[in-house]
Write a protein that binds this ligand. Structure first.
Ligand code: NDP
Length: 601
């Protein structure tokens, strides 16, 4: 069908449908509907991958401590080493480097953003990703490669959780206490705890009652399922009835594997994901050699971000579902008659591009899924960026297998868990195992997710300082908390489609500041109150959030549909977009002036 042949979209009907689907899902309890994995649920968090080894507590001093051994810690650690800081200590709750890739080893796990821009430090380590979208074991191995390449293992503390951080003004250093009895000091502390590192369970009545086996996808129990993270068949599930709760990005990746192996698989759905084409392929070494010329990865990073966020870009190197979203939007804008590019027409063009894309994604469900009723229920009725877009070429297909059953709860969620199984829409499904693909805490307070509440100058806690919402300079520095760097995307580039790009720049920034301080004998560096206020004012001058709108169907992008006023508004990026932020921060740190920071000796 050509574009001209397509029936015109009834946009009002679509808007109405989107609203109805959202309203159906809004819940008064918002984030409180989820269960924290403490107390009687703590066993869900046990590390199934690496035994904990005994070690004596640390009471020494390091120049930089980094909390979190994922991409943020690795990237910053690497840049600090290059800057000549030899004693960097990464403190990590997992048993190795990797962060999200340490924990998430469920079958089918792979990156959703092209490896060439998603996997950090490829040029420095000389690694060629084997696929356009690498699978989890390769990414985890790459994390280890970075750790070894930059000598970050020597000083690292694994299976260690920070409990407390306290600023010692007299000695210009931080005292760090951990759950392993450590009490060491660091002149600088950086924190890259990850946006999605605290698994959560749905607060379904009776969740304690289930007598069979259960686990969360981020602690996959291969001893129970058989198979391994490389995709070997889950050969212990052949006689098992399995319930999978959740249909987000994790479920989309593991369903095809479960569907192939289980006797019966019941997929409990509250909200369907939008599942676009994946189109993965092996990397051709000749092609890779032709692109991997000096500086290639930075060029690719910038090209992807520019394409994805509407920045200037002559070509699209990555060419995938993420850049397609923006390509369509740009085409609409450039089709506007000259002089008619207003905020209103831009938003309308954005909505039009989205309607068309989502119609295609819904049509794909009909084209793939044979049972019309199942296909109807697998269709997502919201704007594409309301929820995390998914990309897969085997997920929808899995519902054509006779043993795979979609249990759609029409937005209501699972009703109850019993001793024998899962109840939805009044029917009990008896199962041997319940797997929770129920995601991670987002939108709760930073200090709650961190698991510690840093105590800065004059004994003020970060939770007190941020009681009315996050306030930073550049998303990284907080007045009253000297020598601390927070590594996360909000109030910076806020680039969600490729989180490692945010960390790549953060690593460079931190290394530049620390090197400057060390070279000049400065013992303290801190953002001024004025610089922080000016930055917040700049952020709030923007049009707000395209992602995370309260008009969207609820989910973690929009705090489960609950607008927290200023707190939600503060969760934005640079008003001119990610590329503008990256260009700005590059100028800021290379100028060597670090405007807005005060250095003291
Ligand atoms: P999500 O939070 O995206 O999904 C949780 C799922 O559980 C949702 O489908 C949710 O439904 C469902 N759910 C919650 N409560 C209930 C209930 N009571 N009854 C039934 N269903 C329920 O978690 P994921 O682990 O899938 O993904 C988290 C994030 O991790 C992704 O968004 C992505 O950013 C990242 N990720 C990235 C990957 C990659 O890059 N390759 C792969 C996997 C994850 P509802 O939508 O209605 O809330």
């Amino acid at each position: 069908m050509t574009v001209a042949d397509r029936p015109a979209l009834d946009k009002d009907a679509l808007r109405r449908r989107y609203r109805e689907e959202r309203d159906k899902r809004l819940r008064p309890d918002g984030n409180d509907q989820y269960i924290r994995l403490t107390g009687r649920f703590a066993h869900y968090l046990k590390d199934p991958y690496t035994p904990v080894t005994e070690r004596p507590p640390k009471t020494d001093h390091v120049t930089v401590a980094f909390i979190g051994g994922g991409f943020a810690g690795l990237l910053t650690g690497a840049r600090l080493k290059e800057a000549g800081v030899t004693d960097v200590r990464i403190v990590e709750k997992g048993g190795d480097f990797g962060g999200t890739w340490y924990w998430n080893r469920y079958p089918g796990a792979q990156c959703d953003t092209a490896s060439y821009v998603y996997m950090p430090l490829l040029e420095e380590t000389g690694h060629m990703p084997t696929e356009k979208y690498a699978h989890a074991p390769e990414i985890l191995e790459h994390c280890r490669r970075i750790g070894k390449h930059f000598g970050l293992y020597d000083n690292a503390l694994f299976h260690t959780e920070v409990l407390d951080l306290e600023w010692d003004e007299a000695r210009s250093r931080w005292l760090i206490r951990t759950d392993r009895g450590d009490a060491f000091t660091a002149q600088f502390v950086a924190m890259g705890i990850g946006p999605l590192h605290v698994p959560k369970l749905p607060g379904i009545p009776g969740i304690d009652d289930f007598a069979g086996h259960s686990f969360h996808t981020s602690r996959w129990d291969y001893a129970y399922t058989g198979g391994d993270p490389s995709g070997a068949p889950l050969d212990r599930l052949g006689d098992k009835r399995v319930a999978l709760i959740g249909t987000g990005a994790t479920a989309v990746q593991c369903v095809p594997h479960l569907a192939r192996s289980c006797r019966e698989l019941y997929v409990f759905q509250r909200t369907p994901s939008s599942v676009d084409v994946r189109d993965n392929r092996p990397t051709d070494p000749d092609w890779f050699a032709s692109i991997a010329t000096p500086g290639w990865q930075q060029r690719w990073l910038e090209n992807f971000t520019a394409n994805q966020t509407g920045g200037p870009a002559d070509e699209d190197l990555v060419m995938d579902g993420w850049t397609d979203i923006a390509r369509r939007f740009r085409a609409k804008i450039s089709a506007l008659p000259p002089g008619q590019v207003t905020q209103e027409s831009v938003l309308a063009a954005f909505e039009d591009a989205d309607f068309e894309k989502m119609e295609e994604i819904r049509a794909r469900v009909d084209a793939v899924v044979r049972d019309p009723e199942t296909a109807r229920r697998l269709k997502a009725w919201y704007r594409q960026l309301c929820k995390r877009p998914c990309f897969h070429d085997e997920y929808l297909q899995a519902f054509n297998l006779p043993g795979t059953h979609l249990v759609d709860t029409d937005g209501r969620g699972v009703e109850r868990i019993t001793e024998r199984g899962v109840v939805a829409a009044g029917r009990e499904y008896e199962v041997d195992c319940v797997i929770y693909a129920s995601g991670f805490e987002v939108g709760t307070d930073y200090t709650r997710r961190a698991g510690y509440d840093i105590k800065g100058r004059d004994g003020v806690r970060l939770s007190e300082r941020w009681a009315d919402g996050m306030r930073t300079l550049h998303g990284m520095h907080v007045h009253g908390f000297p020598n601390v760097f927070i590594v996360q995307p909000a109030q910076g580039a806020n680039l969600i489609s490729n989180i490692p790009h945010n960390f790549t720049e953060a690593g460079r920034t931190i290394a530049a500041i620390v090197r400057h301080a060390v070279e000049h004998g400065h013992t303290q560096v801190e953002a001024t109150r004025e610089a922080e206020d000016d930055w917040i004012e700049l952020l709030l001058s923007g049009t707000g959030r395209l992602m995370g709108s309260p008009d969207c169907t609820p989910g973690y992008y929009n705090n489960e549909g609950r607008d927290l006023g200023l707190k939600s508004w503060l969760n934005v990026g640079h008003p001119q977009g990610a590329m503008a932020y990256f260009a700005y921060i590059d100028r800021w740190r290379t100028s060597g002036e670090f405007a807005g920071l005060t250095f003291r000796s």
